[in-house]
Write a protein that binds this ligand. Sequence first.
Ligand SMILES: Nc1ncnc2c1ncn2[C@@H]1O[C@H](COP(=O)(O)OP(=O)(O)OP(=O)(O)O)[C@@H](O)[C@H]1O
Ligand SMILES: [Mg+2]
Length: 441
Amino acid sequence: MEKLDISVLFVEDEYLLRAIYERILNKFVAKLYIAENGKEGLELYKKYHPDLIITDIMMPVMDGLDMIEQIRKKDNNVRLVILSAYGETEYFIDAIKIGVNSFLLKPVETKKLISHVEELAKGILLEREVKEQERKRKKAEENLRKLNEELEKRIEERTIDLKREIKERIQAEDELKELNLTLENRVKEELIKRHKQQRFLIQKSKLESIGELAAGIAHEINQPLGGISMGLDNILFKQSLNSISEEYLTTKINALFEDIDRIRQIINHVRVFSRDQQVAASDVVEINEIIHNALSMVSKQYYNHNIKIDLNLDKEKCYTVGNKYRIEQAVLNLLSNAKYAVEEKQKKQNNEDYIKTITINSFIENNNIIFEVKDNGIGISQKNMDNIFDPFFTTKDVKDGTGLGLSITYGIVNEMKGHINAESETNKFTKIKISLPKYNK
Ligand SMILES: Nc1ncnc2c1ncn2[C@@H]1O[C@H](COP(=O)(O)OP(=O)(O)OP(=O)(O)O)[C@@H](O)[C@H]1O
Ligand SMILES: [Mg+2]
């Protein structure tokens, strides 16, 4: 038989009974304590707290009732069983008051004792089980409470972190906004500066091209002036000899007027050049005439520099619609680049056989007026080819170029719905070709 998992204190003063019950109980309870009287029983109780106490009533030193009374005061759970002789039944009322659970009369049968103890053990074990469950529940509750606390703490910490992060982010966003604003302002300022600079440079380039022309113009004026003063000298000389004929005078005066006309023409041209070109309107213009005009301003200068001008203009008149002064400016820009290119090549090569040549062609192709300026100068490297029409792109020194010539030319051609392109080979040639819509008269 498996032992009951309970502890029992058995209190009996009679040796024989003690021995008998000790043997019986020992067989089926897990733990058994034996006492000879109430005092001893009390001590064992205090030491071991058994689940069940079976006690006699009448005993020396301390009787069973005194013992269980003291125990009951402190312990409501312990099962108390009185094992008494028949003559002791008068104490049962007191025993019930104290809180005894049950009574057994001596001599009790083994079977009855066992079944009684088994019955009580069921209750004890059940109670223990309930207590254990309760303990576990409490422990689980405690764990849960701790977990909740921990969770709350972590949530609180995380909330603090999040608040801090949000604050930092807002701060960063504000800083970024401010930075953007500063940047925007700086870009605006820079753009305004760039714009001013560009306007200044355009103006400068206009002035420079006029300055460059001045030498040629002075020469052009000098020629007819020389003619006039020589003509007048001749007249005065003839007059002093009194050999002046009317016919001679008429021819001379006509020649003088021709020279004066030439000067007027040049002056008109310069005046037109200094007008505000923005307001000049479009008109039907003739390209060959414009090329001639442009050349008239620079040809002397080119001649002085030993630059050969190869002019192949179409015999037909080449009409297009545009502003002639602008087209003239475009031609002059191309000529100025060509001049620079051939001069540079000469400087680099130092070859006496080299003939600085600028070729100017005009012709009609597919209802377009084409004019080309080609030079046998330094050429344009492949790398720079993509940039030459960009404003401010220049490979020249500050004193030699602003980088605006080709971009202005590009603008002029574009405005006239035309096309411009460049072809070049380093150290061999550069050809700029402009195509403009032909005007059919
Ligand atoms: N005929 C050419 N031969 C060689 N390089 C040329 C020729 N034409 C233009 N280029 C190159 O293209 C660049 C840009 O020409 P662009 O006329 O726009 O400016 P620039 O001549 O440098 O200065 P600017 O014309 O304003 O005085 C030149 O600096 C040069 O490198
Ligand atoms: Mg130029």
